[in-house]
Design a protein around this ligand. Structure first.
Ligand code: NAD
Ligand code: DAU
Length: 361
């Protein structure tokens, strides 16, 4: 039985990936989920898999070398799928050190422990082992507004925020392991994800939650920054395909070919909310374009991201299956069906975060 060590599996993409993997492989794989349960980690995301005999949750920090090595000592790990990270750009602008610690040091620890467990005495690596490093398109910097400009795997790195600089550093560590030791790894650089279980500090769930409550919808700058949105299940599928068939040492860009300005996204959310809320739902009265509030821009705000997913399409046959219109509707319906999830994650510390992040904008 193949064993996967997933880091950050209690977060947004990690939990969607775990669901995807059990749906696809059932009892034929084992998943060990190592997560420190920061504000972004939530075991509620994994309620429906927690009783499986082939799933184990380990509460721990990826920077804790002893803990990580003990997992490799206890289980014969075939795949490391490394999601764990500090992931929110705005938080990185306030507290860069936390990002350096988890994203850079944590990745170094994961790599060191995997290498120690997988390396043979002659310096080669055991068969059927791979480290999949989940990274971001933000490492490439910002694109001009020219619609023919895209990020390719060959685009030079040019990170701007502390978050993207820390992810770029972690990518370079993985590249160094591949170049120096022929360590079996792949890197994926993906565009903006959206979907179920996304924490409402990110644009889409934040706007859905605020609109339903009739709260201001804070648009940074002129609202014309462009992101390339991908439904999270399509990302999970891409990661699985790279784990299975990606050529060792290669990088794959993953993106939705779905570029939209932030303001367009907000208008779509308001339209779909109106369509999906029943006539007698009291929240309908809250949904209004008047909630849109232009606020001070994010510092160093990248203007445009857009991935050309040509390589993963040509080499592995991956493509984004979920059209945005379908994905955003599914996401909104998921939030309707999981009101308690949203209530739980927005109680307590979330309000403190929201007050401090948005008070001076
Ligand atoms: P997230 O913030 O929702 O989840 C991160 C998870 O990592 C949480 O469960 C958290 O508890 C855990 N974690 C944080 N620090 C840890 C530590 N020191 N030790 C162990 N666990 C720790 O993030 P996400 O949006 O799911 O992103 C997952 C990965 O995908 C990240 O590496 C991110 O850079 C990358 N990525 C995200 C997007 C996106 O749009 N969200 C796009 C491309 C790439
Ligand atoms: O591109 C991939 C990246 O996408 C991932 O690597 C990051 O982990 C993920 O957080 C995401 O980063 P962004 O900064 O693009 O996502 P965010 O949802 O924070 O913001 C999306 C856009 O919306 C961005 O241009 C900023 C803007 N925005 C965001 C928030 C939270 C607003 O205008 N208002 C807001 O309140």
């Amino acid at each position: 039985m193949r064993t996967y060590l997933v880091t950050g599996g209690a977060g947004f993409i990690g939990s969607n990936y775990i669901h995807y993997m059990f749906k696809k492989y059932g009892d034929s794989i084992r998943i060990i989920n190592l997560d420190a349960l920061t504000y972004a980690g939530n075991l509620e995301n994994l309620r429906d898999v927690e009783d499986r005999g082939n799933y184990t949750f380990v509460h721990g920090d990826i920077c804790d070398r002893e803990k990580v090595s003990s997992i490799f000592a206890e289980y014969d790990i075939h795949r490391v799928v490394h999601f764990a990270a500090e992931s929110h750009v705005d938080r990185s602008i306030e507290d860069p050190d936390a990002f350096v610690r988890t994203n850079v040091l944590g990745t170094a620890v994961m790599l060191g422990c995997a290498k120690a467990a997988w390396e043979e005495p002659d310096g080669s690596f055991k068969e059927d082992r791979k480290f999949l490093h989940v990274s971001t398109d933000e490492v490439y910097g910002s694109l001009p507004e020219d619609p023919n400009a895209y990020f390719y795997e060959t685009t030079p790195y040019d990170p701007h925020s502390p978050y993207s600089a820390s992810k770029a550093s972690s990518d370079f560590l993985v590249k160094a392991y591949m170049d120096t030791y022929k360590f079996p790894a792949n890197i994926t650089n993906c565009s903006n994800n959206y979907g179920p279980y996304q924490f409402p500090e990110k644009l889409i769930p934040l706007m859905i939650n605020n609109a339903l409550q009739g709260k201001d919808l804070p648009v940074y700058g002129d609202g014309k920054n462009v992101r390339d949105w991908l439904f999270v299940e399509d990302h999970a599928k891409a990661i699985d395909m790279v784990c299975e068939d990606g050529r060792l040492f290669e990088t794959y860009n993953v993106g939705g070919h779905n570029e939209k300005q932030n303001i367009e996204i907000i208008h779509i959310i308001l339209d779909v909310l109106r369509e999906e809320l029943s006539e007698d739902d009291p929240r309908r009265a809250n949904i209004s374009e008047d909630l849109i509030t232009y606020v001070t821009d994010r510092k160093g705000h990248d203007r445009r991201y857009a991935i050309a997913p040509d390589k993963i399409k040509k080499d592995l046959g991956w493509y984004p299956e979920t059209a945005f219109e379908e994905g955003i509707r599914k996401t909104i319906k998921w939030f309707f069906a999981n009101e308690d999830w949203m209530k739980n994650v927005t109680s307590g510390d979330y309000m403190k975060y929201y007050e401090s992040m948005y008070k001076d904008r």
